[in-house]
Design a protein around this ligand. Structure first.
Ligand code: ADP
Ligand code: MG
Length: 471
């Protein structure tokens, strides 16, 4: 807007100046020879004496040619000797000669301005000619041209028709230009605004935090794009990592599946080919082994399925209040038989008062089964498996501990990884999938909690996690 105003003012100023200059130049070019004509007409000065009557006559004639002409007769030094206007109107009695001499030169630039004796502050277009008598310079004829016209132009631009039209058209043009520019900016920024809005909304739907700085649309857009770029990069890396995990898992799983499958096939083939040659006892043993491998296959496939369900968020924990103490009792009961068979003592210690927690009871049962199963599996005869429940401020802490073989420090960070089996499990490979602890960890994370483990080789292990208590 400011720029438009500035252009308008500058244009108006230029037009004003050039119009005045143009007027002056036209006046001077048209009437430049007036003084010469006057000087040539009659002998105005003779031996220093000026001819007053002749001057009056000539001035009148000059005014016929141009009514605004004011004629002065000067001596050789520029002093005014005579004129055709009222005497009291003449305020300046001497005219500087340099302007007059410049005017005499044919190649002088027009318009040339010089002093007006009636208003010494104003310089006006003029005409001049030498007055010679017998070749001697006697003085000059000096004529101010179109004095009034100049005054009018300079003082009152608004009365000049051309100037008015020009100014009006400039204002109109500027107005149109401004409206056009405003419309264009509007048309251009509207889609940009929409886009910015959409991007910001998209970004906020992705994440709750909105770190957008206030500012113009382009800055906001830029910020949004760089934020999204960072997030997309981060997600890309996550996807890559997840993809690598999946590849590893598939290759490990196929290996894990192939081993029991090959065994089953081997036993069945043997039975088919050498069926008659085998004793009944051998047959039964082969069949039992094959069945065991099938069980393991079943377990592996079941665990995989469960883990993938947990991963895909197909399972949403159904939070409900229940007594953790009762659940621990129930699950431990299921292991009683196995424990007495292997001469392991199972101890459950829970507070006397009801221990109400809020969690998914089915999933919590899976956690306990997996942890107790591991503990029993890795404990020698004569050992002990203990379940404890501690009341805390806002939660109950569950601990599953054993006096078994323990886990080496190097392996401890890996036991929650999928398909990871520590050295100690080599002996009991039969029902080991390496998925149990991964499932446990996943379920506990779904309850916004975490699981910890402390273990020492040869002394035993303890797994602890917390479950929020009923408020
Ligand atoms: N209580 C424990 N005592 C000793 N080692 C354990 C115990 N629990 C888990 N581990 C080790 O962690 C590994 C991973 O456990 P898990 O994921 O349940 O797989 P799996 O039980 O099928 O082998 C096991 O192979 C075992 O080596
Ligand atoms: Mg296990």
């Amino acid at each position: 807007m400011g720029l438009f105003l500035l252009i308008g003012v500058v244009l108006a100023y230029i037009i004003r100046i050039t119009t005045v200059q143009y007027n002056l130049e036209i006046t001077q070019r048209l009437n430049g020879s007036i003084a010469m004509y006057v000087a040539a007409e009659e002998q105005l000065i003779e031996n220093g004496q000026h001819n007053e009557a002749a001057i009056k006559r000539l001035a009148e004639r000059a005014m016929v040619i141009n009514p605004t002409v004011e004629v002065y007769l000067l001596d050789a030094a520029g002093r005014i000797l005579s004129h055709n206007i009222p005497d009291e109107a003449v305020l300046q009695r001497t005219i500087p000669l340099d302007g007059i001499q410049a005017f005499m030169q044919a190649d002088a630039k027009r318009p040339l301005l010089s002093l007006d004796p009636r208003s010494p502050d104003n310089h006006k277009a003029f005409s001049a000619a030498e007055v010679r008598h017998n070749g001697e310079l006697e003085g000059y004829v000096y004529a101010i041209l179109g004095g009034q016209a100049y005054e009018q132009l300079a003082k009152d631009i608004s009365q000049n028709y051309i100037l008015q039209v020009a100014l009006a058209s400039i204002v109109a043009l500027l107005l149109m230009g401004f409206i056009l520019a405003w419309l264009m900016v509007k048309v251009l920024t509207q889609p940009l605004k929409k886009l910015t809005h959409a991007v910001v909304q998209f970004q906020q739907s992705e994440t709750t935090e909105s770190g957008l700085a206030a500012g113009d649309e382009i800055a906001v857009l830029e910020q949004a794009f760089s934020d999204m770029k960072a997030r997309i990069n981060q997600q890309m890396n996550q996807i890559k990592a997840a993809d690598q995990n999946r590849r590893d898992l598939i290759s490990n799983v196929s290996h894990d599946l192939r081993t029991p499958l090959a065994s089953v096939q081997g036993y069945l083939d043997t039975l088919v080919i050498k069926g008659d040659a085998l004793s009944d006892a051998e047959k039964t043993q082969f069949m039992a082994t094959a069945s065991k491998h099938c069980q393991r296959l079943n377990q592996l496939v079941g665990d995989l399925f469960e883990l993938s369900k947990l991963d895909s968020l197909a399972i949403k924990p159904k939070m409900e209040p229940f007594s953790m103490a009762e659940l621990m009792q129930d699950v431990s009961m299921a292991f009683q038989h196995q424990c007495s068979e292997r001469q392991i003592t199972m101890k459950v210690s829970v507070p006397d008062r009801p221990c109400e927690v809020v969690a998914d009871i089915g999933l919590m049962q899976r956690v306990l089964e997996n942890l107790i199963g591991n503990a029993v599996k890795h404990t020698e005869a004569g050992g002990q498996v203990s379940l404890k429940l501690h009341a805390k401020d806002h939660a109950f802490q569950v601990e599953v501990a054993d006096t078994g073989c323990g886990i080496s420090e190097a392996e401890l960070p890996h036991i929650f990884e999928r398909l990871y089996r520590a050295e100690n499990s080599a002996t009991s490979m039969s029902n080991s999938s390496g998925l149990g602890l991964a499932i446990v960890k996943k379920i506990i994370e779904l309850h916004n909690s975490s699981i910890q483990v402390v273990s020492q080789l040869g002394r035993g292990s303890a797994f602890t996690f917390e479950v929020p208590r009923l408020a």
